[in-house]
Design a protein around this ligand. Structure first.
Ligand SMILES: Cc1cc2nc3c(=O)[nH]c(=O)nc-3n(C[C@H](O)[C@H](O)[C@H](O)COP(=O)(O)O)c2cc1C
Ligand code: SF4
Length: 472
């Protein structure tokens, strides 16, 4: 039974949103939902076949050498036949030490062929299922996990509430070399056949941290010009090395917020005490940093446009310290805090911020996030947001794991099967955070609804977690 999501009809959801004073636009006419979501749209040089986009969803199931593993390939086979015309391939490290876990994908010279094969299969299956893959846009997310790299935390600057004991502050010359590593990875992605790459600047990883590195000395910190140098240089180097045919995309934390911790009494999330004016992060109001201030975010998007970025994926928050911001949820993963706000507040925040940015840059196609909490009504919200010009695509993350063919269902019927939709119970995150596996990391997926594969994995992960806590 859901803690928050209890709506038996669109009207109930609409009326609760109105009572809470939250703007959750919902299109109730099924024919309009179908028509809006099935309309093609131009993104750079690609006419994308519909408005359904699968967000990058890391499975932590790669080979130790960085190649896609069996479960990775299975995920993209499922996405290939899903009906979505934009598939955003998951976080892929550009250097080994920038992986978030030992099973994160990592693209390098020796495994380029494995990525190419995975992409070929995706495109072939899509073509066999829908007759055409010319209108399928695939984008590979390139990343360095920075502070959340494993085993060593590699940070842009010290931030005591979230610092780890074994961290290292990265020197300017490391960052300069890393820019070249991004460009080399983008060239490899191009050779593999990807139509676009995403320079990941979100979720607290290195690109995101550098953009908010006001307290870092030197040429990558302090002023806006310095803090944007890393992204500008990478995009310039990629353009020079990979040519104009490779689409440049960015997944951006429009507002990343402040750290939260668990209140031992109530088990709810409570904000950590931070300095005011708050000096860190992206899109935070300095005086009340839990609130968004998009002034600088917009200035940065303008720069991204000048660097040739043609697609923007708007995200929020840092899953490691304020997961309710990026992924509004009904239940937390084991050991994490209960949501400090009604999840609908988080969904409305996602919608409001994405809409403000889309209206500020109407010519730049954008994808919003945070839809999955709406369960079967996520498609009604996506259609309403697209029709209002508040976003270009409906992007969904968790919702794609239990029910990858949701795109086909909504395009065929104008609605979703409520038995199959994600219930935001967060078992996927529990698996993702669990490293007590012989390969150093449990693979993640949807244990409640993709039971056959992830049920046994979940049992093993729980068992491993119990063993650890009984030893502690
Ligand atoms: C298991 C899991 C893996 C994820 N992997 C990535 C990733 O590789 N890259 C990324 O930018 N976001 C990642 N995310 C975040 C999602 O893309 C998405 O932004 C988030 O789940 C909120 O959207 P939703 O409400 O539709 O799930 C991940 C989230 C989960 C739960
Ligand atoms: S485990 Fe499945 S149902 Fe739960 S949040 Fe993840 S995708 Fe959704």
């Amino acid at each position: 039974m859901s803690a928050y999501f209890h709506y038996r009809s669109l009207e109930e959801l609409q009326s609760d949103a109105a009572q809470r004073g939250l703007r959750i636009p919902l299109e109730s006419d099924r024919a309009k939902v179908q028509a809006t979501l099935s309309s093609p749209v131009q993104v750079g040089g690609v006419r994308v076949g519909n408005r359904l986009a699968i967000h990058p969803m890391e499975g932590c199931d790669g080979e130790l050498g960085g190649s896609p593993g069996e479960l990775t390939k299975r995920r993209y086979r499922r996405f290939a036949t899903s009906g979505a015309k934009l598939i955003w391939f998951e976080a892929t490290a550009v250097v080994e030490e920038g992986r978030a876990n030992p099973r994160q994908l990592w693209l390098h010279d020796a495994n380029e062929r494995d990525f190419a094969k995975m992409l070929e299969t995706t495109r072939r299956l899509h073509r066999e299922t829908f007759g055409n893959a010319d209108d399928l846009l695939d984008v590979l997310q390139l990343t360095h996990s920075g502070r959340y790299s494993y085993p060593q935390s590699l940070v842009a600057y010290s931030n005591p509430p979230i610092d780890k004991p074994n961290m290292r502050v990265l020197a300017d010359d490391y960052l300069e070399r890393l820019e070249d590593a991004y460009a080399a990875a983008a060239v490899r992605a191009r050779r593999c056949g990807f139509r676009g790459i995403d320079l990941k600047i979100t979720h607290g990883y290195l690109g995101n941290e550098l953009l908010g590195a006001r307290t870092r000395p030197g040429k990558y910190g302090g002023t806006f010009e310095n803090r944007t140098r890393f992204a500008r240089n990478i995009l310039g180097k990629i353009r020079a090395a990979a040519g104009k045919d490779l689409m440049l995309a960015v997944r951006l934390a429009a507002h990343d917020g402040i750290p939260y911790k668990i209140d031992p009494q109530t088990k709810r999330g409570v904000p950590v005490k931070v300095d005011i004016p708050y000096p860190h992060g992206v899109g935070n109001s300095p005086q009340s940093p839990e609130e968004a201030d998009l002034t600088e975010t917009k200035a940065f998007i303008k720069l991204l446009r000048e660097c040739g970025v043609e697609l923007l994926n708007v995200s929020l928050g840092v899953p490691y310290y304020n997961p309710h911001v990026g992924r509004p949820f009904d239940k937390p993963d084991d050991g994490n805090y209960e949501t400090p706000e009604h999840p609908m507040i988080g969904v409305a925040r996602h919608f409001r911020i994405a809409a403000e940015l889309q209206h500020a840059f109407p010519e730049l196609p954008m994808i919003g996030s945070g839809y999955s909490w709406l369960q079967k009504y996520l498609v009604n919200a996506g259609a309403a947001n697209i029709a209002a010009g508040d976003t270009t695509f409906l992007g969904y993350g968790r919702a794609a794991l239990p029910y990858p063919d949701l795109a086909r269902d909504v395009l065929d019927r104008g609605e979703l099967d409520e038995r199959r939709v994600c219930k935001t119970l967060t078992f996927c995150t529990f698996l993702m955070r669990n490293r007590k596996h012989p390969l150093g990391q449990f693979p993640t997926g949807c244990p409640p609804f993709d039971k056959e594969v992830y049920g046994p994995i979940m049992r093993d992960a729980k068992h491993a977690a119990q063993l650890t806590s009984s030893k502690a």
